[in-house]
Design a binder for this molecule. Structure first.
Ligand code: SF4
Ligand code: SF4
Length: 450
């Protein structure tokens, strides 16, 4: 028979009195419930008798069984490259200020009082005006990033008007998002940014409840910040305009071994204060930011177990959790988009978000794709642009990873620095299958996937 089993499958342990197993294809991103006799035939590559079974077509369409000649890795890389070539959103990321009020103990950046000035604003706008013509873009998206972007609020307002014009002239739509510490995100500022400056998504960090957050995310003078950020958040989500608008607030809780347990209390607090049902919530492990911050991290396995527990907590509270990706990740991050750029207040242009203001990269020009103050500077080696070929050529463990299609390789920079960036789903995907199934089992059974 000219078939083989896909390499990109994750099977659950036996379920429902050991009569079934789940299989998730990371290429088709579909979950299928299999009777154990079908599972046994699959594992034993008995495609001949499977061919006569009613499930056969489904096994083919879900890419569980594939043509024997198919090279799946080559096809994944081809798909990823095509996605990069076909991308029609131009992503540009801007730090409008090099300053931040906070002095978080895991931050790798050095902050200064610098902001973009009119000269640099013009240079950035001119550069983006060129970038938007480099291919047939349909949408311009700006990421306001930091340091703390709200420290450069004036620049955000000035630049946005120019960018909206630019998008319009090039027949593109426009949107923006912001990663902020939330300290200056007063209700009026929030709605002004939403309504006039088209910022559709805000990500705010709360590292647990007050006690834990204030130990880590304090000001540079060690002042507490939780209560002010929380007050801003409450004021925003309780305003009538918030529910009417389609804008999104995402709360990110950065965790390591010192604060992870307080995540549950934070989730409870968000529920009690009637915020949880109005926002998205996720936890993220602390990683190296050109520093030693990752040394206090939970191990991959510990974090993955903890993540499943937070999912259960959130599901219990009827909060939406994405357990299994419904789509692939062909473009893993900013660095891989053809013309995505990151602009800072020194006039440096990068293609990765974690380089600016980090001392160990200060004198390393290899990460700079352009210097806006140095017309003569050129760098034809955009960092990580060979990422997909690196995977194809077996240069990183992603080459042999069963979840490559949904992960994409996580972070090329960390792999190059010999730090594994594997996301928790690599370690807890089997638990996710079961959780997903327990949430949706009626739907799956009624589709008669068996
Ligand atoms: S980063 Fe880790 S989980 Fe992701 S594809 Fe690479 S090896 Fe797999
Ligand atoms: S290479 Fe890593 S750090 Fe840089 S933008 Fe991509 S994911 Fe972020």
């Amino acid at each position: 028979m000219n078939y083989k089993l896909s390499k990109y499958l994750v099977f659950s342990e036996p379920i429902i009195n050991s009569n079934y197993r789940l299989v998730y294809s990371t290429i088709s991103t579909t979950l299928t419930l299999l009777k154990v006799n079908i599972y046994d035939k699959l594992i034993n590559k008995d495609f001949f008798s499977l061919k006569n079974d009613s499930i056969f077509d489904r096994l083919i369409s879900s890419k569980i069984i594939i043509d024997k000649t198919r090279n799946e890795l080559e096809q994944i890389i081809k798909y990823n490259k095509k996605a990069i070539a076909n991308e029609n959103v131009l992503y540009q990321i801007i730090s409008p200020s090099a300053n931040c009020q906070l002095g978080c103990n895991y931050c790798g950046q050095v902050h200064t009082k610098k902001s973009l000035d009119d000269n640099l604003n013009k240079k950035i706008t001119a550069r983006i005006a060129v970038n938007i013509t480099l291919k047939k873009y349909k949408h311009l998206h700006i990421g306001w990033f930091g340091a703390e972007p709200l420290m450069g609020l004036k620049n955000i307002k000035k630049l946005t008007l120019g960018f909206m014009n630019l998008a319009n002239k090039n027949n593109c739509s426009y949107s923006a998002n912001m990663i902020t510490n939330g300290l200056s995100l007063k209700k009026d500022i929030f709605f002004d940014l939403v309504e006039k400056y088209k910022i559709t998504k805000f990500e705010i960090t709360l590292d647990g409840t007050q006690k834990h957050h204030d130990l880590r995310r304090h000001t540079k003078l060690k002042e507490k910040t939780f209560s002010l950020i929380f007050k801003n958040l409450k004021n925003i989500v309780n305003d009538n305009r918030f529910e009417k608008s389609k804008h999104k607030i995402i709360i990110r809780c950065n965790v390591d071994s010192s604060n992870y347990k307080s995540t549950y209390d934070l989730i409870n607090l968000l529920e009690v204060e009637k915020i949880l049902d109005k926002i998205s919530f996720y936890t993220a492990p602390i990683h190296s930011w050109g520093n030693d911050a990752h040394l206090k991290s939970l191990t991959h396995e510990e974090y993955s177990e903890f993540q499943i527990e937070t999912f259960i907590e959130l599901i219990d509270k009827k909060h939406k959790v994405v357990l299994l990706p419904g789509i692939k990740t062909p473009i893993v991050c900013t660095s891989l988009y053809e013309h995505a750029e990151v602009f800072d207040t020194d006039g440096n242009v990068f293609n990765c978000t974690e380089i600016s203001q980090v001392p160990i990269y200060e004198n390393d020009d290899s990460f700079k794709v352009k210097k806006l103050y140095d017309e003569t500077y050129t760098n034809n080696n955009r960092p990580y642009s060979s990422w997909n070929d690196d995977i194809l050529n077996g240069e990183v463990p992603c080459t042999n990873c069963v979840i490559l299609p949904i992960c994409g390789g996580a972070c090329p920079k960390l792999w190059k620095e010999n730090i594994s960036p594997c996301p928790p789903i690599k370690y807890n995907i089997k638990d996710r299958l079961l959780l997903h199934f327990s949430q949706n089992n009626r739907k799956i059974l009624s589709k008669k996937n068996v």
